[in-house]
Design a protein around this ligand. Structure first.
Ligand SMILES: [Fe+2]
Length: 209
């Protein structure tokens, strides 16, 4: 089923996303993969990063839902796309041996996970809002989630998703600011209340080139 601009706008409105406007519906910008894509993948690799299999405690931090639709440039849903995310835990630390951050790591946070889009191109993750982390003395990365979207026989898309409520750090982030200003909203989500589980939800539609 193809999705029209009108349907996308309508859907955005229903989700309370009044900011979703036509210029947003362009190709999702690529961003650097960064140094913390897993070398060793966690044994638990589902789309709920808040629980690690066989552990008794849930991850620390605010649990959130990130969901959206993977679409072609013509707004056709992409089914069976592999969507991977990886991110720091609540304290801003990656489960990665090269992360120099001294913040305590949360052993109950999965750190990486993946899912496939369904027949209408939708994906969902349950995760926590990551902490920001220092890169240099005067550069702190804003909370963000890394995304990799893979479709067989096509180039993959690697990008990062930011949070509208972190505007101060977003505006100073060297990586986000590499994206032209009029396209930055494509990779910034607004967390809104509205999940059945009473979690805040961030919508992130991914438009492939
Ligand atoms: Fe990162």
């Amino acid at each position: 089923m193809s999705i029209t601009r009108r349907q996308i706008l309508k859907q955005g409105k229903m989700l309370g996303m009044g900011f979703l406007t036509w210029p947003l519906m362009t190709i999702t910008p690529q961003q650097t993969q960064g140094p913390f894509y897993p070398i060793i993948f966690p044994l638990d690799e589902d789309n709920d990063l808040t629980w690690v299999k066989d552990r008794k405690k849930q991850a620390l931090g605010e649990k959130i839902i990130i969901r959206g639709q993977v679409l072609t440039a013509n707004y056709k849903p992409v089914k069976n796309a592999k969507v991977e995310i990886w991110q720091a835990c609540y304290s801003g630390r990656y489960n990665h041996e090269y992360d120099p951050n001294q913040a305590a790591i949360d052993p109950n946070f999965q750190g990486w996970g993946w899912t496939n889009t369904n027949s209408e191109g939708y994906y969902t993750f349950k995760t926590i809002k990551p902490g920001g982390y220092p890169v240099t003395n005067d550069w702190k990365r804003p909370p963000h989630i890394h995304f990799k979207i893979t479709i067989p026989r096509q180039t993959e898309l690697i990008t990062q998703l930011y949070f509208a409520e972190e505007q101060e750090l977003n505006q100073k982030d060297i990586i986000l600011q590499r994206i032209p200003r009029n396209k930055q909203d494509l990779v910034i989500t607004k967390l809104i209340q509205g999940d059945a589980l009473n979690l805040r939800v961030g919508q992130f539609n991914i438009i492939l080139s």
